[in-house]
Design a protein. Structure first.
Length: 360
């Protein structure tokens, strides 16, 4: 199966097109901004200030890859002005409160940002008087997790134990409601809007400095020559390099722009079922690529609940979009750690990885 995530195919969709990204200052948003710039798109970003001084966005900022609006998605009037004045062909909605453990500290705000923020954006899209394709990024954690060794597919029941997961399940319901109520595929010629939600999780890659995330914790410990503290070493996750789901989002967006009725809907993006690793296996692989390091189990009974077993069924994306992962978990970890090992020329290395990925 030919992988369509390449320069020729994606460039045909995005070169010269206007793309609005919410959350462009975040980890995934920065990679998406860089990739779209590489494809020749005209990019406008809308997001809060980056939380971390050494973020990928800050490292890329001197290159002026996008018009950057620093604002909150809860400010509907501001976002309305920025979207309608830009008249985008595509919207990728990544802005969110993305952390499980933080959601326990700010549960109401997590629901407000993730669910209401998405409703704000989609209400604004109803005001666009032109063709527009919208991809809403949620998470693999939107499913009601039975903690069983099963693969969750797009028709499985939505749910969420922790506030973050529940808020993203709510986001999926918001998307479904707007798709039915305002962007119904049976009336596509009238409204010209297509919308999809995409579910991926446990994304790793260079430039992630978020709190309570495994790769930033590993890299910080390795750089400081400290022992890596691991909360849940036996938890199984669908680890994937950040370029894997982003390539899926870009491919889906382009296909849906051309054939909205065919491709609107929900999609999982993740590794193949035989390529899920435990946290312990991830840590050991990262140490191997770095060349040194130690780790210890710091699990405790009083830590906030986090799912221990989570696997996705990606057959819909593979069969419908002709998408498939290009990097196995070991390669994803190596690409990630090698990014953090760069002492200089980080923007250049970032673009090198984007182009290397498209050429795989």
């Amino acid at each position: 199966m030919e992988n369509l995530v390449n320069q020729q195919v994606l460039g045909s969709y995005y070169k010269g097109k206007k793309v609005f990204i919410t959350g462009h200052t975040g980890f995934k948003g920065s990679w998406l901004m860089a990739w779209l710039h590489e494809l020749g798109a005209i990019v406008k970003g809308y997001a809060l200030e980056p939380e971390y001084d050494e973020s990928l966005f800050q490292l890329l900022q001197p290159l002026n890859l996008a018009e950057s609006i620093i604002a909150d998605i809860r400010d509907k009037e501001k976002m309305k002005y920025e979207v309608l004045s830009f008249q985008p062909d595509y919207i990728f909605h990544l802005a969110a409160q993305p952390l499980v453990r933080r959601s326990y500290r700010i549960p109401a705000e997590t629901f407000e940002v993730n669910a209401v923020g998405t409703a704000n954006l989609l209400e604004i899209v109803t005001l666009l008087e032109k063709k527009c394709t919208v991809v809403v990024i949620t998470t693999d954690k939107v499913y009601e997790n039975k903690e069983q060794d099963i693969l969750y597919n797009e028709s499985d029941v939505l749910g969420g134990y922790d506030p973050y997961s529940a808020s993203k399940a709510c986001t999926e319901i918001v998307v479904s409601s707007f798709r039915n109520s305002f962007f119904n595929i049976n009336k596509i010629t009238a409204h010209q809007k297509a919308i999809a939600s995409v579910r991926a999780g446990n994304v790793i890659g260079g430039g992630d400095y978020s709190d309570d995330r495994i790769i930033p914790d590993i890299v910080k410990a390795l750089k400081e020559q400290k022992t890596i503290e691991v909360r849940n070493p036996n938890s199984v996750r669908p680890w994937q390099h950040v370029l894997e789901p982003l390539g899926g989002y870009l491919l889906l967006g382009g296909l849906m722009h051309n054939k909205p009725a065919k491709y609107s809907g929900a999609y999982n993006f993740g590794p193949v079922p035989t390529d899920h690793l435990t946290v312990k296996e991830l840590v050991l692989s990262a140490i191997g690529t770095w060349g040194s390091g130690e780790w210890k189990d710091t699990s405790s009974n009083d830590q906030p609940h986090e799912a221990t077993l989570l696997k996705l069924d990606i057959s819909k994306a593979m069969n419908t979009l002709n998408w498939q992962p290009k990097l196995n978990a070991a390669n994803a970890i190596a690409w990630t750690i090698n990014w953090y090992k760069q002492k200089s020329a980080v923007p250049e290395f970032t673009f090198k990885q984007i182009n290397d990925y498209m050429n795989l």
